[in-house]
Design a protein around this ligand. Structure first.
Ligand code: FES
Length: 104
């Protein structure tokens, strides 16, 4: 099935080994760059109303700024209490130096 890609930001604008929040297509999305690869998840924590882009990225894990729960940014898996609900991830592609996300 073909994906519906939405252009988001320049790949260079996603900070290396860090996270940035973007609002696009009515969604609040967190973009991460680890070892040159870009990942995307929902930006709002599944535990409460905190933005993951204000948290701390350690390798492929983002720590929520509010209660220090964690998600794996590769698959959205909740990896540390008090988070119990996984978050959503989005397919990413880079084309012409721009980041595109598939929201389906
Ligand atoms: Fe994210 Fe509580 S709001 S861990």
């Amino acid at each position: 099935m073909s994906q519906n890609w939405t252009e988001v930001i320049a790949a260079d604008d996603v900070p290396q080994d860090d996270v940035i929040g973007v609002e696009i297509a009515g969604k609040d999305v967190a973009l991460y760059k680890v070892e040159g690869e870009i990942f995307a998840t929902d930006n709002i924590c599944t535990h409460g109303h905190a933005r993951l882009c204000d948290g701390f990225l350690d390798g492929h894990e983002i720590e929520c700024p509010l209660h220090q729960g964690k998600f794996d940014i590769r698959d959205g898996r909740a990896t540390c209490a008090p988070i119990t609900e996984n978050t959503r991830t989005y397919p990413v592609k880079i084309e012409g130096g721009r980041v595109f996300l598939a929201f389906e």
